[in-house]
Ligand binder design. Structure first.
Ligand SMILES: C[S@@+](CC[C@H](N)C(=O)[O-])C[C@H]1O[C@@H](n2cnc3c(N)ncnc32)[C@H](O)[C@@H]1O
Length: 257
């Protein structure tokens, strides 16, 4: 049986790109453990924010495999070297994804609002001085600012825009990030959450948190982005049109792999 996760020996690398590490492995293990649910979920569009080497988006495509029946994969990273390396990693494993060099999902949030069924993120979560955040290169792989929350707190509202009604978000967090506070924040946006994997390494205590919309508690949730309520019936049609617009956007911006 072909491997269900990316093989480290086929994962490409670059001195300025984060190499798969304990956090990457924990996220992939969580996805693997949730495989049956993911297949039943029948995702149409899956996205990784901050793809680094491509280990996770490649693994997700392999985990879902043919059984996901034509799921479409996308990944972003602010580091252009990461996008190039991710392309090489995907190619080495015979899987494909649309790759975009951008800040979180900038330029995509409006077009893909309410269309993404699965988002995976291993964000820069290490507590650092605020001025280290977004410096570019390899430092942007870990520098998370105060409590490691600077980038995480920007990703959460964007994930809320992108996720479909049935969308799931899997995110790596550290104890120092206060995962319970992140869950509380997402609860206010109408999401339930669960820690699906917890792992302590010599250096850190990692939590992989899964979020999904909880319609029982969503009455109070914000309706600012009403654009995302496209309805499931329009999903595929909408996605196809978004994807062709995306190719157009990529072509005209010339910054994707
Ligand atoms: C901890 S690394 C994870 C890399 C890879 N996903 C993995 O798990 O091995 C975080 C990644 O997020 C990217 N990143 C940091 N800030 C970002 C931002 N504002 N928008 C998009 N990507 C970002 C970094 O360049 C880096 O590749």
């Amino acid at each position: 049986m072909p491997s269900r996760t990316a093989q480290i020996r086929f994962v490409s690398s670059h001195p300025e790109v984060y190499e798969p590490c304990d956090d990457s492995f924990a996220l992939v293990d969580a996805l693997l453990a949730d495989r049956t649910n993911l297949l039943e979920h029948r995702p149409t569009l899956c996205m990784e924010i901050g793809c680094g080497s491509g280990y996770i988006i490649t693994s997700l495509a392999l985990i879902l495999g043919q059984e996901a029946n034509g799921a479409y994969y996308m990944a972003t990273d602010i580091n252009p070297h990461a996008v190039k390396v991710t392309r090489e990693t995907l190619d080495a494993h015979g899987v494909d994804a649309e790759l975009i060099t951008t800040d979180i999902a900038s330029g995509l949030a409006r077009r893909l609002a309410g269309l993404v069924d699965v988002i995976v993120v291993n964000p820069p979560y290490v507590p650092t001085p605020e001025e280290e955040v977004g410096r570019g290169g390899i430092a942007s792989a870990w520098a998370g600012g105060e409590n490691g929350r600077s980038v995480i707190d920007k990703i959460l509202p964007i994930a809320d825009i992108l996720l479909s009604d049935k969308g799931w978000l899997y995110m790596v967090t550290l104890t120092a990030n206060s995962p319970s506070d992140i869950c509380r924040q997402m609860r206010q946006k109408g999401y339930a959450s669960r820690i699906v994997l917890q792992r302590s390494t010599e250096e850190e205590s990692l939590h992989i948190v899964k979020f999904w919309r909880d319609f029982d508690t969503q009455g109070a949730a914000s309706d600012i982005y009403s654009v995302k309520k496209t309805g499931h019936a329009n999903l595929v049609e909408s996605l196809l049109s978004q994807c062709s617009q995306l190719s157009f956007w990529r072509h005209n911006n010339g910054n994707s792999s």
